[in-house]
Write a protein that binds this ligand. Sequence first.
Ligand SMILES: [Zn+2]
Length: 264
Amino acid sequence: MYVDVHAHLVHPAFAGEEDAVAGRAAAAGVEMVVVTGLEPRSNRAVLELCERHAHLLPALGIYPVDALCKLVDRSSWQHPFPPPERFDVEEEIAFIDSVAGRLVAIAEVGLDQYWVPDYPREQEETLRKLCAVAMRHDLPVVLHSRKAESRTFAVVREMGVARAVFHCFGGKLNLARQIADHGYCFSIPPVVERAEAFQALCRALPLDRLLTETDCPYLGPDRDQRNEPANIPRAVRAMAAARKIPEREMAAAVRANFRRTFGR
Ligand SMILES: [Zn+2]
């Protein structure tokens, strides 16, 4: 009945509890969870975790911050998370390509002008290469576009990507409408319960462009509490309320959009 298109179940916040979290998702009626990788270590762990649960579906990618692992200046790094571990980006793209037959999407990929405003050209290069992998294997891409929404749209459109999901979209509604017109979807997290910007996005877009995500452990409905896929029904309820439509109709639309985008 419910779907989560973007979950970081491979994350220190879930260490040792992954199987319990997967069980709670199923108990809450979450039929499928797209588990997302960021770099070599999480990509491999995602594959392993998804082997154990039929309702967990793997998506591998290279997060835009990690894509700059060889370029970022470690000595001046001041973000609340450590600088990315170094790895060979080309080799990882080749690895993702080699296991693409087992994936339901290429994710997480995209552009970031919030945490890493430098090196936009190098970020784009990695995004383009991963879009090419997605197209070669007829997979959708799930996009990070923080403070780089219009550029991310331009790149995937230029590449000719057929199916894309903008996750946690923070851009203008006008741009969102253009992206939706082009046929791409948006995934809405459970924080929509208390985040008016996401409620406005739900109202601004056509019903057939809306999906649900958790981006867990982030973007939960309850402040300062770890988010998890079992919260998806709360996202659907808040989305339905924002659009003033029955919850059942909202859930059915999201499920149909998932089938069209992810092919299952
Ligand atoms: Zn994410």
